[in-house]
Every structure is written in structure tokens, then in C-alpha cells.
Design a protein around this ligand. Structure first.
Ligand code: FNR
Length: 342
């Protein structure tokens, strides 16, 4: 099977089997405030992750990698949406374009379509410093995402089996690039142990990309005969992962992602400690079903609804929303209690 075909299979499975919705956000409840002392016109949605300023807390997270005409079309369309809605955009893994120059146009179109927008490059933790620089240059990227995807690789029949040395390679990249490095999971969540290791080597932005949304174990198992079913329920739910990481490394910028769909998920991710929120599978689904206009309308509506919620909570900024009082119940409460997060 060609790489382009495998990537299209990922998209297809991500839209169907891949979405599970067990993020833990249902366990998080905002405590109503009757005197917010704010007008809807006071709300500001701009935020910061590390040294980067974002005009919206939401961005389109990494998806389509690999070559092929379809990927080029999706990347172009998503870059246009990002420009119109003034949100950031991460591309999918650029390793194929680094190895095969013909595939670079699939990514370069993103910068062409959105010359001044916030764009994140993307590579796996097998990348070298030289490859990291190439990935950033290809897009004139504002940051580089390095993704961690051990479970996906293990379930993928043709996947990697050796995960040694990743932290050292990430450290060398952090020390060599002149743009920030975001280390992200791919749907299995970041634990506080992993977060501490990353911060110790100088990583200042972590995208938890937790369990509860796109599930790459299920997606890859669809392509196997002897399935590794036990990985289908593996992972740290997104709500718990954000709270763990916030508690362990409070000065580090956190991106909440993994199963985020509704404005309420976004508000809760921020109240748990995230400074920004990435959406991948859900935005892809809306785009495939309702096209560019459908996705643009959804992002506008999401911004509006976030403003209403922030008004009700008396939070005029994203920083205020991070301090909004919440109750944590159910499994997420038990998870956090046992993990020493109070
Ligand atoms: C992804 N994701 C991803 N992440 C990454 O860092 N590099 C990549 O190349 C890809 N490729 C990819 C393809 C497709 C089709 C999907 C749906 C997702 C993972 C993505 O960025 C995110 O971490 C997870 O999908 C969890 O978020 P959602 O989808 O639940 O919002």
C-alpha cells in the first residue's frame, strides 16, 4: 500500500471508528457566577503559548501528512479556513516531504495560502536537528510540533519498534531551532512524569493530546488481521491529562487537545489549565461533510459561544477563564486524587 493511500485510510477511519468521546470533560462542571460584572463586548479571545501570541485560543491541529493530490487540496483548504477565521494551523508530519522533495508542495501550499498566519511544522521524535530545520524552513513555520506516537507505531503493522533516544533528539532540536518547539501526543495523553522529563530538557509548550477523541489504536487495528485490541482503551483522558500536566509543571504552556468538539469542551480545557486548544478529527469531519464554508461557520460560531460562556463566568480574558471555579466529579476526580493532583 502506498503512503498516500495509507494517509487517506487514516482520514477515512478517523471519521468513523476513530472518534470515541471519553475525554473526561463531562466530569468537569463550571460553578455558576450570578454577578459577572462584564459585557459580552469586553471579552478578549487572544492568548499566549510560550512566546507565541494567538488571536484565538483554538487552532486546527496536525492532520494530513504524506503526499498526494488529495492531501494538497485538504491542506490548501484548511489553510484558507485558518486565514479567514484567524486561527492557527498545524500541518501533518512532514517527514515524507523531507525524504522526497516532490512532496514538499503539499506543505508549501499552506504558507502560500496563508502568508501571514500562524503555522506549525510537524515531525516525529525520530527527527534529526537537520530535518527539524528543514521542516520549519519549508513552511516558514512559527513553531515546530514534535509528535509522540508510540501506541500508533506499535499497532501499525509496518510501524517503528525502537523508541530509544527520543528525549535526547528532542533536546538537541529544542537547543538548535530559533522557533519554539511544541511536544505533542497523538491521542493518548501526557502524564506528569513525561511532562517533567520534557520540561527538564527545555520544552516550554506541551500539547497533551489526550484520550477520548481520535483513536489511532482503533484506526490502525482496522488495518490489522491480528488486532492489538488492548491498546484501544489505552491512554490518559484529555481532562485528566491537562490537570496532571498543569499541576506538575505549572509554568509551562499547555495545549489541550484530544476529543475536543464543542465550545464547552474548549472552555473546560482552558479552566483546567490549557492556554490554547487544538481540534483535529472533529474539524476534519466537519470539513469533509460540510466543506470549507461549513468549517468557517463552525469556527465563527465557536468563538461566539465561547464569548457567551466567558461572559457568564465573569472571565474577560483567557487568563481569567483559566481561574474560573470548577467542580471535578466522577472518574476524573478519582484519577486526579490518586495521581496527587488537588
Ligand atoms: C492526526 N494527528 C497527527 N498528529 C501529528 O502530530 N502528526 C500527524 O501527522 C498527524 N496525523 C493525523 C491524521 C489524522 C487523519 C488525524 C485525525 C489526526 C493527531 C492529531 O493532531 C491529534 O493529536 C489527535 O487526532 C487527537 O485530537 P482529535 O482528533 O481528537 O481532535
Amino acid at each position: 500500500m502506498s503512503r498516500a493511500q495509507r494517509k487517506m485510510d487514516h482520514i477515512q477511519h478517523a471519521l468513523t471508528t476513530g472518534q470515541v468521546r471519553q475525554t473526561g470533560f463531562d466530569d468537569v462542571i463550571f460553578v455558576h457566577q450570578s454577578l459577572p460584572n462584564l459585557s459580552t463586548t469586553d471579552i478578549q479571545l487572544n492568548t499566549k503559548i510560550g512566546e507565541l501570541t494567538l488571536s484565538s485560543p483554538i487552532f486546527i491541529n496536525a492532520m494530513t501528512g504524506g503526499g498526494g493530490k488529495k492531501t494538497w487540496e485538504i491542506n490548501k483548504a484548511l489553510a484558507e479556513v485558518a486565514k479567514i477565521c484567524n486561527v492557527g494551523l498545524a500541518v501533518g508530519s512532514q517527514m515524507s516531504a523531507i525524504k522526497d522533495q516532490d512532496e514538499a508542495t503539499t506543505y508549501e501550499i499552506v504558507r502560500k495560502a496563508n502568508p501571514n498566519g500562524l503555522i506549525f511544522a510537524n515531525l516525529g521524535s525520530e527527527a534529526t536537528v537537520e530535518q527539524a530545520k528543514q521542516a520549519v524552513d519549508m513552511l516558514e513555520a512559527n513553531a515546530l510540533q514534535i509528535h509522540l506516537n508510540v501506541i500508533q507505531e506499535l499497532v501499525m503493522p509496518e510501524g517503528d519498534r525502537d523508541f530509544s533516544g527520543a528525549l535526547g533528539r528532542i533536546e538537541r532540536i529544542v537547543n538548535s531551532l530559533n522557533v519554539p518547539v511544541i511536544v505533542k501526543e497523538t491521542g493518548f495523553g501526557i502524564s506528569h512524569e513525561t511532562a517533567k522529563k520534557l520540561v527538564d530538557i527545555g520544552v516550554s509548550i506541551i500539547d497533551v493530546s489526550g484520550y477520548g477523541g481520535t483513536n489511532f489504536s482503533k484506526i490502525e487495528n482496522e488495518r490489522r488481521t491480528q488486532r492489538l485490541e488492548f491498546f484501544n482503551d489505552w491512554g490518559i483522558p484529555t481532562a485528566a491529562s491537562i490537570a496532571e500536566v498543569k499541576h506538575a509543571v505549572p509554568g509551562t504552556s499547555i495545549i489541550g487537545s484530544g476529543g475536543i468538539q464543542k465550545p464547552m469542551d474548549i472552555a473546560k480545557a482552558i479552566a483546567l489549565g490549557a492556554s490554547a486548544v487544538g481540534l483535529a478529527g472533529y474539524f476534519l469531519k466537519v470539513f469533509m461533510e460540510e466543506g470549507q464554508d461549513g468549517l468557517i461557520q463552525l469556527i465563527h460560531q465557536t468563538h461566539d459561544e465561547l464569548r457567551w460562556m466567558m461572559t457568564a463566568l465573569g472571565a474577560s480574558t483567557i487568563e481569567d477563564l483559566q481561574q474560573a471555579p470548577i467542580m471535578i466529579t466522577g472518574e476524573t476526580y478519582h484519577w486526579l486524587t490518586q495521581r496527587g493532583v488537588d
